[in-house]
Ligand binder design. Structure first.
Ligand code: HEC
Length: 199
């Protein structure tokens, strides 16, 4: 308002409005919520990390489903991408001040750190199992990697939950495909609780 009083000339007024708008644009992402240019670097960074995990997940799923040719190094790289972006790295990407719009990260994250961190760690543990499985399968997906190897596929998610509760030693014995499915459940579990549906 002060600007109008000290700038009676219409050209100066217009210029000052332009400057004022420019300052507003710098201060807040309000004018175009969701546009990448307006997001803080930290939010952009973690969204990129999430996208990298999603792409890596598609690669692994494609190989398990036979839609992509199995390639041990590429399979392992994809698992390592998820491992590197989950766990401690993921936990560090969501400080309290970065939560809420325009990010899709909910404020609840800061009220439920233990739960949030546990999900981030579980994704990393499963990704490690998937990564390790590629070392023992240089030429193709082995029967040991398959869902249901060593256990009944029926009720596998219940079995899976018991395994997780029992600790990581048990996770390491899971067939990679089973670990992959349990991992995706943890991605979804975190999104269901801690991510705003803005898309
Ligand atoms: C511990 C919680 C947590 C886990 C685990 C998690 N995510 Fe996310 N994810 C989030 C949150 C929170 C957001 C919203 C981030 C934001 O907008 O700032 C998000 C956003 C995303 C997005 C959207 C990114 C964008 O462009 O806006 C994708 C895709 C995604 N996650 C994929 C995954 C995949 C795949 C996994 C598992 C391999 C995973 N996430 C695991 C919490 C998690």
């Amino acid at each position: 308002m002060r600007i109008w009083i000290i700038a009676p000339g219409s050209r100066a007024k217009r210029l000052r409005i332009v400057i004022l708008l420019a300052v507003c644009a710098m201060l807040g992402p309000v004018p175009s919520i969701g546009s990448d240019n307006t997001l803080p670097d930290m939010v952009k960074g973690r969204q990129e990390a999430m996208k990298a995990m999603a792409n890596a997940g598609k690669t692994i799923a494609g190989m398990f489903e036979g839609k992509l040719p199995y390639d041990a190094p590429a399979f392992k790289r994809a698992a390592e991408t998820i491992r590197a972006h989950s766990g401690a790295a993921l936990m560090a990407e969501f400080p309290a001040a970065s939560l809420g719009p325009p990010s899709a990260a909910k404020h609840e994250i800061d009220q439920s750190r233990d739960e949030f961190d546990a999900l981030a760690r579980k994704v990393a543990s499963f990704a490690s199992v998937i990564s390790a499985s590629a070392d023992k399968a240089p030429d193709g997906i082995t029967p040991e990697m398959r869902m249901g190897a060593g256990m009944s596929t029926m009720g596998s998610s219940l079995l899976g939950k018991r395994k997780i509760a029992a600790g990581e030693e048990d996770i390491s014995k899971l067939p990679a495909e089973h670990a992959f499915h349990l991992m995706l459940q943890d991605c979804s579990a975190c999104h269901a609780k801690f991510r705003e549906k803005i898309q």
